[in-house]
Design a protein around this ligand. Structure first.
Ligand code: ADP
Ligand code: MG
Length: 259
């Protein structure tokens, strides 16, 4: 049935700049350990699209994601949410999934209820949305199990469901499948794509070229804390212009071909 679904991403891909960006950075800089880790980054994230952030280890992808989500304070520059300065309200409309899920020492269900409670959702609505999250992640049968004892794939599904039941406008994911097997990776991709089909904007760091091709509408390549190039993913991957992107892609393809 999934093959029969209309491809709304194509229609949206045709006019990425027709609407103002949901999130933008202006000359964003971040210094740590005496070095500029993010160096004058100006970019736009377009609503309802899936933007992949790629680049070598240490390029600054995780730092950039944390800056965009307001978890780090920029040394210089600004993050704009719907054209306004990033605020606590903006952060409430966003959610983030980390490479390694952080689970509370309680059941899978209680982890979801805690996240909902933190956003002021209590009582019957909280119970109902928690069950929806468990069903979404295909974890209803083990809802009572301690979250920390779930497999890494189950924990990551729970982390994605926990982010999505809070109904974010934008979901950040930092290499969410890097330690998962193909079946678990597929389940996470399905969850993220289902959220995207519901209108959630996706910003995802991945080092997996196949995943980027499967999921990405747009791509931002980072190199040494700067945007090397960005644009529609199919264009950038077919005709990369930046030498660093070309080098990264060649290395990646070589690696992929040797697997
Ligand atoms: N708080 C910090 N103090 C010092 N160095 C940091 C800090 N945070 C990140 N870095 C460095 O900044 C660079 C970019 O890190 P990161 O964004 O994690 O890279 P990646 O692209 O692999 O996600 C790395 O060299 C990392 O070691
Ligand atoms: Mg990282």
């Amino acid at each position: 049935m999934r093959d029969m679904a209309p491809d709304t991403s194509l229609a949206m891909a045709e006019a990425p700049s027709a609407t103002p960006p949901i999130l933008a950075t202006r000359a964003l800089c971040y210094e740590a350990g005496g070095k500029r880790r993010i160096d004058t980054v100006t970019l736009s994230i377009h609503a309802r699209r899936r933007t992949m952030i790629m680049g070598a280890n240490g390029a600054g992808k995780s730092v950039l994601l944390r800056l965009m989500h307001g978890l780090l304070k920029p040394t210089q520059g600004a993050v704009l949410w719907h054209g306004q300065s990033q605020s606590a309200v903006a952060r409430g409309a966003q959610a983030m999934v980390f490479q390694r899920p952080i689970m509370l020492r309680r059941s899978a269900r209680a982890n979801l209820k805690f996240a909902l409670g933190a956003r002021g959702i209590r009582g019957a609505a909280c119970a109902e949305q928690a069950e929806q999250g468990l069903a979404m992640a295909n974890l209803s049968d083990i809802a009572h199990s301690p979250a920390r004892l779930l497999s890494s794939g189950e924990q990551q599904r729970l982390a994605v469901a926990r982010a999505l039941i809070c109904k974010p406008e934008l979901l950040f994911l930092d290499e969410p499948t890097s330690s998962l097997d193909p079946a678990s990776t597929q389940m996470i991709e399905d969850l993220v794509n289902a959220a995207h089909a519901q209108g959630v904007t996706i910003v995802m760091v991945t080092h997996d070229l196949g995943q980027a091709r499967r999921m990405g509408d747009d791509v931002i390549f980072l190199h040494a804390g700067q945007v090397a190039e960005s644009g529609r993913l199919s264009d950038v991957l077919s005709q990369p212009r930046a030498p660093s992107t070309r080098a990264w892609l060649q290395g990646r393809l070589y690696t992929d071909a040797t697997l």
